[in-house]
Design a protein around this ligand. Sequence first.
Ligand code: T4K
Length: 410
Amino acid sequence: MTIKNRLNDLAIFGGIPAFQEQLHVGRPNIGDRERLLARINDLLDRRWLTNNGPYVQEFEQRIAELVGVKHCIAICNATIALEIAIRAAGLTGEVIVPSMTFIATAHALQWQEITPVFCDIDPESHNIDQCRVEELITLRTTGIIGVHLWGRPCDIETLTEIAQEHNLKLLFDAAHAFGCSYKGRMIGNFGDAEVFSFHATKFLNSFEGGAVVTNDDDIAAKIRFMKNFGFAGYDNVVYIGTNGKMSEVSAVMGLTSLESLDEFVAINYRNYKQYQHELEGIPGVHLVTYNETEKCNYQYIVLEIEETATQVNRDQLVDVLWAENVLARRYFYPGCHRMEPYRSYFPHAGLLLPETEKVVKRVLSLPTGTAVRSDEVSTICQIIRFVVAHGQEVRERLQQRAVDQKRLHC
Ligand code: T4K
């Protein structure tokens, strides 16, 4: 790892990259390899690979216990889990969602020809602004989907009150929030149902995977049918269904990861505190913080870049970091409303989403998790500190570089 003393030391200006190998946001956490391989051998010996196998059932039971929820239905990924939960909850017409989320939240609705109505976010929490929900309710509205972004819970209490008052269904996209709590109760217990993601990049992974968790017996029963083509037994289909089944190999990865959960949290927390400490005092660089009195997975290290103070903007900082082999990500730029098909359907949606429009231009996610060492965190922080300390010069040189590159291509 090379230290930056002069502007020319930055890789973007011709210096040697700080890291020889790329550092990713979302490098998977991997539990005990031996146990994983033993379980894979076992499932191969049993020749039971999918279709509600014993490992899937055990995984569901373990998740339900951990969350303290009545039902957990494992699904092949969170996008399909959202689609199934939406259908099982009976959503139609219009559903209110934030735009600052992964595109899957909106697509899970639109895929079923339900219109996502984008609600602005609270600039502090980055979550759906509960105060802006009611004004979006129309005769066609059937539900609200809150997203616990970065694992930080929405204002669940207020959203629950609004849903009850207007007779709306309330779902949560809890893709980021496995292992997190709200007012002392685990995420997974709220609304009509919540959806976790166990994708490779998530805190707990099952390669690909997800789950719907709910305390509602009817919804749970429907979801069990729906994820298995609607089958209620051999030769008997009772609902329209799809194939949302989790495979045994995913379940064993999930189960094995569950056994290392405390270690994953401890490492994420250590990285978070180190970033907090080593980024402290850099003007215009604000780390998104977690409420440490609640349970939290600390899976996302998110910065907000205030350009007036840093001189370089978020995108310029991302370019500098990529050149150093730090693959920072702009989650969730530019917001669902600026991606297709929503951009074409609602070309002026941005006018109603002023906070979303601001925040998506300011945020970036940095590498964390078990694959990142603390000396690497230090180097990332040093690069950011160096860039901001020379913000104006870096900006000018990047602007000049952009002009030169344009000329070269003409
Ligand atoms: N709702 C929300 C709020 C979500 O954030 C997501 C998913 C969903 C719903 C849907 O959940 P799933 O249907 O996926 O279960 C990634 C993930 O693919 C996606 O699951 C996740 N959110 C999203 C935030 O991030 P991309 O398009 O950024 O993936 P990609 O391929 O660029 O990978 C991200 C980084 O991780 C890269 O730097 C590479 C690294 N990586 C990735 C994989 C797969 C690894 O190092 N190893 C790996 O195995 O979406």
